[in-house]
Design a protein around this ligand. Structure first.
Ligand code: NAP
Length: 370
């Protein structure tokens, strides 16, 4: 396994980490706790030392499982979690990075993880209503108390990251990156390299698309968000699978599986520190971990890129979302969407409007009213 320094920190992380979103038992449907714990332990046995979780994965369940799995091996693991997206009794999420909310969230994460410190505490998404200075002060206090070692961000595009860095440093930014979602290449990756910010690639397998195990006949289980994700429907799915079938011979030539090629490609891109593929079973993490042994050369990367360009995959990314509340803040109009996300919207947006949200960048476009 290859290890890299995370941004300007003293943390050395495995290039293949482990994501625990599916273990929360919500986003990908039901999860088996025994399998989840076995997967985390197997990951650590294989040299994966970077485990990514979040307070809202299964409303705390994923953090509890991470805590149980690493209890006896805490020093072998770099634990990364996230906060800033609290939820209410009905499971309705919101975005809140106020000092009180972040402090409470970090304390709750520590309890669920059963640990005295979090190695990397990440702000899950930018909060458009809380000044970054306020959040930074809360994070500083947590650092001074020894409760978090380093801070990171997630889903901060260049504009937001630049604004954050004007207030405080961070060691990493966690962003979507895979063979079809390459938005970070244009500006964010070069910017992070220049500013010494590590980049953690999430959804590196495009939710399992690039494993070779998805087919048009795949039926996603109850509660699995892929059932309504545009890339997993109709023509975009067929296109994506055509790309997979064209990449598979190349993977075989290199002695890799499709998942390993997809992951090696991600961690071979300049500026990417590590990838955090999710896994549901020890077998999946065993396969994924092997990608950490194989950084790809420029020639292979170019072959992958050429195949991708030639295949012309349709990548639909906008999903309709209802606006449940609008408000003005600091001269901007903000909308709360039905899933609790808070976004900046054009001035004429009203409650009840349905707007389009890009599921990769979180940016919105106007679709029309009711
Ligand atoms: N910061 C953020 O906003 C954010 C957002 C999303 C995710 N994340 C983080 O990034 C991590 C990765 O994203 P993700 O889990 O959504 O997507 P992903 O890593 O692209 O795909 C994970 C899914 O692919 C399938 N899979 C993985 N390895 C496989 C293998 N070797 N063979 C066959 N199937 C395999 C599994 O699903 P099936 O077995 O069910 O097919 C697994 O749940 C998350 O776990 C989370 O920690 C962060």
């Amino acid at each position: 396994m290859e290890y890299r320094r995370l941004g300007g920190s003293e943390l050395r992380v495995s290039v293949i980490g482990l994501g625990t979103l599916a273990m929360g038992g919500q986003a990908y449907g039901a999860a088996d706790d025994g399998d989840s714990i076995g997967t985390i332990r197997r990951a650590v046995d294989l040299g994966i030392n970077f485990i990514d979780t979040s307070d809202n994965y299964g409303f705390g369940r994923a953090e509890e499982l991470v805590g149980q799995a690493i209890r006896r091996r805490r020093d072998d693991v770099v634990v990364a979690t996230k906060g800033g997206t609290p939820w209410d009794d009905q499971g309705r999420a919101t975005i809140d990075c106020s000092a009180a909310a972040i402090t409470e969230a970090a304390e709750a994460s520590l309890r669920r993880l059963g640990t005295d410190w979090i190695d990397l505490y990440q702000i899950h998404v930018p909060d458009l209503e809380t000044p970054y200075e306020e959040t930074v002060r809360a994070l500083e206090r947590l650092k001074e108390a020894g409760k978090i070692r380093y801070t990171g961000l997630s889903n901060f595009w260049v504009e937001e990251l630049d604004a954050w860095l004007a207030v405080d440093g961070v060691v990493a930014n966690q962003m979507p990156y895979n063979l079809l979602h390459r938005d970070i290449e244009a500006e964010l990756l070069p910017y992070c390299r220049q500013r010494g910010v590590g980049v953690i690639a999430y959804t590196p397998l495009l939710m399992g698309m690039f494993t070779g195990r998805i087919s048009p006949e795949t039926v996603f289980g109850q509660g699995d968000h892929r059932a309504s994700y545009p890339q997993f429907q109709g023509r975009p799915l067929r296109d994506s699978l055509r790309l997979v079938s064209r990449l598979q011979p190349l993977a075989a030539d290199l002695g890799l599986t499709m998942a390993q090629l997809a992951l090696s490609w991600v961690v071979s891109r300049p500026g990417v520190t590590c990838a955090i593929p999710g896994a549901r079973s020890p077998e999946q993490i065993e396969e994924n971990a092997m990608a950490g042994e194989r950084v790809l050369g420029e020639e292979v990367i170019q072959r992958v890129d050429r195949l991708q360009v030639d295949t012309q995959v349709e990548t639909p990314r906008t999903i309709p979302m209802k606006v449940v509340e609008v408000k003005e803040w600091a001269g901007r109009r903000l909308a709360i969407l039905e899933v609790g996300v808070k976004v900046a919207v054009p001035p004429d947006t009203r409650t009840g409007d349905v707007i389009g949200m890009d599921i990769v960048t979180g940016r919105v476009s106007q679709l029309g009213g009711e």
